[in-house]
Design a protein around this ligand. Structure first.
Ligand code: S3P
Length: 431
């Protein structure tokens, strides 16, 4: 489907509450299915990606009941599903589940296959297969890509030194570590999101300092619990970005997850000159949350420090869009991980921004973007939800209407995006 966005004629105003956090919802669904007894999940993200993980857990034997937006799971006893588990577009679902199932005691000697859509089948899986194999996992793939055929087997805890800072890889190994013999230790070259480490203790798991890194004790029992999912900063970031671009906007964002391993986007837009006020004094499910107030201002280009990249990894399509409308030049380096996301986000954003008249230079590990006028035109999401939403935000300050082809991929993480933007006064229409 195509989304048509008209340039904003008036300021965006209102109080906004983002949908549940995608990363945390995946983890709640997986741990809720692994843990014995009942898990109650409040604020679960209703999106295609998180639904795929939830139904995978159901196919694996978890009982799931939903009412009034609350998900209740009865887990703890798994069986091999008769069909392959389809994780759709979700790298998090596939990688974390592969780790959780590789040594699950209920599945030893059986076989579970994980599949995904075309984009997921292009994404690198060797990064989990190899370290899991080091623990004794038996996973076959199509030359390092999905489908993954897992033959759950007895695992032994190992010490892993990762070559990229990746929460998906770290989490896959920690989840495998729950069922392995002995300690599993994970060391990363940079900081990646720590939701798995925060959530596991709520299910009764014992983690400790890996001196350095994070370590989990093996052969643990998980027990069901109550999880409250905070609002997703990665979704709220689009609203925040729209508020920054459209003159005189005043938006209050409530209940936003402010985990410091995720909040790099806040540091980056502040360095670009954004006016943001943050009251972050609450927690939900062991995660810091708060309220953000966005005041439009004039953004200027910045050099983004490579150590901020993992802390804002999902926000780079948006940051590139903001840079296109900022004054001066923005330089992004050390971000080659963007090439293996739902699309090659460096190539795709450079190509689509250029179609709107933006001056961009593509680098192997980033881009240089010179801000200026944004032309009306037609662009494409390339099947990437965050590309679609980033271009939609930028379109608010274009010189005329912008049409985004294949924009319905938004459903993977944020089905309510168009309605939420309209609620704040933006003009977007499905065609
Ligand atoms: C995620 C981790 C990140 C991120 C993805 C969600 C997670 O991926 O890009 O959208 O929930 O663990 P990597 O861990 O591969 O960097």
């Amino acid at each position: 489907m195509r989304l048509v966005i008209n340039p904003a004629e008036r300021a965006l105003r209102g109080v906004y509450r983002p949908p549940g956090d995608k990363s945390i919802s995946h983890r709640a669904a997986i741990l809720g299915g692994l843990a014995a007894g009942e898990t109650e999940i409040h604020g679960f993200l209703d999106s295609a990606d998180t639904r795929a993980t939830l139904s995978a857990m159901q196919q694996l034997g978890a009982r799931i009941d939903e009412s009034n937006g609350i998900i209740r799971m009865q887990g703890g006893s798994l069986c091999a599903p008769s069909e392959a588990l389809d994780l759709g577009n979700s790298g998090t679902g596939m990688r974390l589940l592969a780790g959780a199932l590789a040594g699950h005691p209920d599945l030893i000697g059986q076989r579970v296959t994980l599949t995904g859509d075309e984009s997921l089948s292009r994404r690198p899986m060797a990064r989990i297969i190899e370290p899991l194999a080091h623990m004794g996992a038996r996973i076959t793939s199509d030359d390092g890509h999905a489908p993954l055929a897992i033959k759950p087997s007895n695992l032994s805890g190992k010490r892993h030194a990762l070559s990229v800072a990746s929460a998906q890889v770290k989490s896959a190994l920690l989840l495998a570590g729950v069922f392995a013999e002995g300690d599993t230790v994970v060391l990363e070259p940079g900081v990646s999101r720590d939701h798995t480490e925060r959530m596991l203790p709520a299910f009764g798991a014992i983690l400790h300092d890996g001196e350095p890194g994070v370590a989990i004790r093996g052969r643990q029992e998980l027990t069901g619990t109550r999880i409250e999912v905070p609002g997703d900063l990665s979704s709220a970031a689009f609203v925040l970005g729209a508020g920054l671009l459209v003159g005189d906007s005043e938006i209050e964002l409530e209940g936003v997850g402010l985990n410091p391993t995720r909040s790099g986007v806040i540091d980056i837009v502040r360095a670009m000159g954004a006016g943001l006020r943050i009251d972050g004094d609450q927690t939900a499910g062991g995660e810091p949350t708060g309220r953000l107030r966005v005041d439009a201002g004039v953004l200027h280009g910045v050099d983004i420090a490579p150590d901020l990249v993992p802390l804002a990894i999902d926000e780079f399509p948006l940051i590139m869009a903001l840079a296109a409308a900022a004054e001066g030049r923005t330089r992004i380096r050390g971000a080659s991980e963007l090439r293996v996301k739902e699309s090659d986000r460096i190539a795709v954003m450079c190509r689509e921004l250029a179609r709107l008249g933006v001056e961009v230079e593509e680098l192997d590990d980033g881009a240089v973007i010179t801000g200026g006028r944004i032309c009306a035109g037609e662009v494409d999401s390339h099947g990437d939800h965050r590309v679609a939403m980033s271009l939609a935000v930028l379109a608010l300050v274009a010189e005329g209407p912008v049409v985004i082809d294949n924009a319905d991929w938004i459903r993977t993480s944020y089905p309510g995006f168009v309605d939420d933007m309209r609620g704040l006064g933006a003009e977007l229409e499905w065609k």
